[in-house]
Design a protein around this ligand. Sequence first.
Ligand code: VG1
Ligand code: CO
Length: 543
Amino acid sequence: MSIQTIITQPFGDQKPGTSGLRKRVTMFQQPHYLENFVQSIFDAVGAPAGASLVLGGDGRFYNVEAIQVILKMAAANGFGKVLVGRNGILSTPAASCVIRKYQTFGGIILSASHNPGGPQGDFGIKFNTSNGGPAPEKVTEEIFARSKQITQYSIVDAPDVALDVPGETELAGMKVEVIDSVSDYAELMASLFDFAAIRQLLSSGFRLKFDAMHAVTGPYARAILVDALGAAPDDVMNAEPLPDFGGGHPDPNLTYAHDLVEIMYGDNAPDFGAASDGDGDRNMILGKHFFVTPSDSLALIAANARLVPGYTQGIAGVARSMPTSAAVDRVAEELDIPCYETPTGWKFFGNLMDAGKVTLCGEESFGTGSNHVREKDGLWAVLFWLNILAIKRQPVETIVKRHWARFGRNVYSRHDYEELPSDAANGLIEHIRASFASLPGKVFGHYRVKECDDFSYMDPVDGSISQKQGIRILFEDGSRIVFRLSGTGTEGATLRLYLEAFEPDMSKHDLDAQDALSEMIAIADEIAELKQRTGREQPTVIT
Ligand code: VG1
Ligand code: CO
């Protein structure tokens, strides 16, 4: 078996976004496209000879082909061992768990997460470092820089490796260990949560429904919810992972998880509903006829953390991405622990967790997690809720409303305008920037603008600075409007509009978020000329 050196040319567009490089499958299928990026990763991270790596993906179309290419390139690039999920499958949090448990140099995760899959869908790839977390910006920038200069890559000429049976084989002198995709992760979950209490809850007539959306969490949910905790097999729906996610959009929100939403808002609805995304790192939490916003979920988990075995000692601090509501800030204040505000994307939480500054992190985009791994973790959040429910024995809605009664309610919503022409989206952002000087002090209905800025962040651990992470319009009473362009889309531009207003008055806590925020929505349109510039009357997705 010989190492081949293949001559190639840069593509110029291999810039990792919010979470890795995401492109259409057809882009990745071009000769050398995947190989160039993988070689750029290897060149940028400079692994010592003989280092070990974790490799796995969410099982979407092109996963298996990409895994074989990466194995052959890892062998040619001097890696000593690669741990691969069985059949090339690892959920994103499971990959993080395995990197940490086996102390590997890092890992490569193949996923475009919540983006649709299939031959016409999206594919993605990212590198995680030895702490199990997504590579920080200085590493992704180096990868991009390498990809723009690449002239050749190395790959061994060898037959494909069988990945269907756990065990160790060899590829051109490199060890390949096929590992069970679920067991290490399931073991970690059992160490954090009170499985006995959850088992009791589930045998007491409490009914749950988990929607795996034909994505990677199906096998994980079966092993944990059904086999270990005694849920009925039917309680996990769409449990069969499919390369095209059954044609769906594996994004657990009220629009795309419609099967589950129908059940949870229908007659005779279960007590608890949850869903996860393509690669298993997101979660949506529902009660009977009730939706828990991800920002509230984070706040509630923080407020109740001591009920859960893995967190009985309390939490060191919390962090949330800037657009996430300040609900968790109120909890942090009461617990007298620090609360950090970071740019969007899980990579910004890693340093804070490694330094012991925070235990829990969350994003408004259905991402919640803790320092048990270095990725957000969908099933972990589901288990956290089940553990809280097992102790409190109250309906989800009651738990949330009591939380609001105690801390006040941060009414929150996100409006997405997907697949806009890039010029229109950029023009809109520039237009708001141009109004920065004139906005402060201006009154819109009940609200007066206090300040506006481009959010920038200095990492308190390594001092690195990230600029232009979203436009904030902050009002005197603490309400906010945030505008950001997505860094995970693959077609045109996606504009995200985040709206938040604080409501301390309990008598108004029953209001629907869209009604409660209607004035803010109109103000956002006025400031950004939304309808005019996007040509859209309505957002594509409201969460
Ligand atoms: C989105 C979310 C962000 C999340 C990212 C990756 O990014 O807003 O909060 O971290 O997706 O999630 P953007 O740039 O499109 O807003 V996942 O589950 O797709 O890895
Ligand atoms: Co995801």
